[in-house]
Ligand binder design. Sequence first.
Ligand code: AOF
Ligand code: ZN
Length: 367
Amino acid sequence: MNYEPLMRRAIELALRGTGYVSPNPRVGAIIIDDDGNIIAEGWHKSYGGPHAEVEAINMANLASFENYTLIVTMEPCNFYGKTPPCTDLIIDKKFKKVVVGALDPNPKVNGQGVDKLKSAEIEVITGVLEQECQNLNRFFAKYIIHKKPYILLKIAQTIDGNIALKNGQSKWITCEESRLKVQELRTEVDAVLVGKNTILMDNPFLTVRDYDAPNPKKVILDAELTLPLDLNIFKNPERESTILFCSKPASKSRKANTLSLAGIKIEPITNNEFGFLNLNDVLTILAEKYNIASMMVEGGSQVFTSFIKESLVDEFHIFIAPKILGAGLQTFGHLMIPSINKATELDVKNIEKTGTDFYVTAKISDK
Ligand code: AOF
Ligand code: ZN
């Protein structure tokens, strides 16, 4: 039987968890009878809530599943977390067959869920739309294996590589459709990060406005805590979801205290050898303390440069407007590249048009 159309449907279900399940994975499940008819569907709906398989089994509401097949985008778990192991329930309910999209990257599971089902004589098929299913949980995989958020670098630039004029003005380089796409990307990540200069110039809210979805957490880098207190980012009603990283001395200042009393989370960080906040420490704190599995870095130039220099970028989302600004503020600053063959090379994954702009997604080339 060709399970791909059913797995595609399970992926659609999994996507409904976007914005609600992180740092857990997005998972969808379907139960079919012997004739291939769908009798129940489920997806992981909230962090700490029932897993996709449990949702589908509950919906089917049958005592035994001897003639039924479970199709699930990710291998069923086999350990006690916030919920009991799905493998036990599947075995208990006597499923005939389980069709899996991708293995669970969580080292606590990773293949052992499948093994457990097989040892209970359940037929297991793995790897159906594997890439698509892995892609669904690329944020989760980075978080659970490396204890760091998956990083998307979002750049809105002119065709000649500027993100602003020399005076910092950048509204608007890209067109409305591109900016709408950015809003959509914000619905998919747990946090957005911006540096001090960009906040000063743009006074952004960093919220999702055009979609009915939760706002990502806001992460600010301001080593010396020089940002004025009346900026939009500090006035927003969700102050408790704003995290500000600064130097250790700045974290003890009166301003830090005022911000902290207003609900902003102040995180002191040591500087690296170049005198900038240590980004590796920033990412570790975001993952371990705030459960942030994915973050979109929105600028500016200094922040982009540091993320590239320290090889912390997982994915590039570059919006290129057909405009020329000449010597403006370049996307990236000094990367100390000694010769062309030492340039940072990207593998382009996709190019599409968003309105009058080009939208390029890319990854660092593994050459
Ligand atoms: C599944 N189906 O729908 C999900 C799974 O704390 P818990 O009990 O919610 O367990 C979280 C872990 O379970 C998570 O780290 C991942 O390994 C797996 N997620 N597994 O069988 C699901 N969301
Ligand atoms: Zn489970």
